[in-house]
Design a protein around this ligand. Structure first.
Ligand code: GAR
Length: 195
């Protein structure tokens, strides 16, 4: 069974949806960088162990409580970023090549990068008069919101849309598609490790 860790920083609706609906693997650990984030309560309610970590623990592999050591101890096979806002360091990407994915609430490569998250994305998309937005699920590489895209889907933006209504519609689309997109990728990845 594929052992999955989720990284999340805030509300955690995608994390909860993945915990409940992934079929190919099992979420065995939830990692969070923000004390008090609601995602911690969601995971605890679903009996998924949670760990809070600092930037040093993420970025320094030699730290006594490094995230790298923790993931190895829990024998993690695959990592999902579900609303996680820090950059993933190189040693994690090297240790889990092609095995870290992220979801972004826009049509990458547009509207990604440092500082582009949550409502800021939707506000900028609407201010720029875009006709479409959507969701992107991609493999994580050394750059923010970059890397091979494994799933993308667009939705129409209506003239009546506000950043709030767009955020809501994008969230619904994420909830509908994220678990299946990850399951499909996992099946492909663990059938053919060269993917
Ligand atoms: C999601 O919309 C996700 O796409 C976005 O954060 C939100 C988290 O919502 N991620 C990014 O913006 C990453 N650049 P959630 O906490 O309710 O799952």
């Amino acid at each position: 069974m594929t052992r999955i860790a989720i990284f999340a920083s805030g509300n955690g609706s995608n994390a909860e949806n993945l915990i409940c609906n992934l079929t190919y693997g099992r979420v065995v650990l939830l990692l969070c960088n923000k004390p008090g984030a609601y995602v911690l309560q969601r995971a605890q309610r679903l009996h998924v162990p949670t760990v809070l970590f600092s930037r040093e623990e993420l970025e320094d592999p030699d730290h006594e409580h490094s995230v790298l050591k923790l993931l190895k101890t829990h024998k993690i096979d695959f990592i999902i970023l579900a609303g996680f806002l820090w950059k993933i360091p190189a040693d994690l990407i090297r240790t889990w090549p092609q095995k870290i994915v992220n979801i972004h609430p826009a049509l990458l490569p547009k509207y990604g990068g440092q500082g582009m998250y949550g409502d800021r994305v939707h506000k900028t998309v609407i201010e720029n008069g875009e006709e479409k937005s959507g969701i992107t699920i991609h493999i994580v590489d050394r750059q923010y919101d970059h890397g091979h895209i494994i799933y993308q889907e667009s939705i129409q933006i209506y003239s009546s849309d506000t950043p709030e209504t767009l955020a809501l519609r994008i969230h619904i689309l994420e909830h509908l598609r994220f678990p299946k997109a990850v399951d499909d990728y996992l099946k492909q990845l663990f059938k053919d490790p060269a993917v």
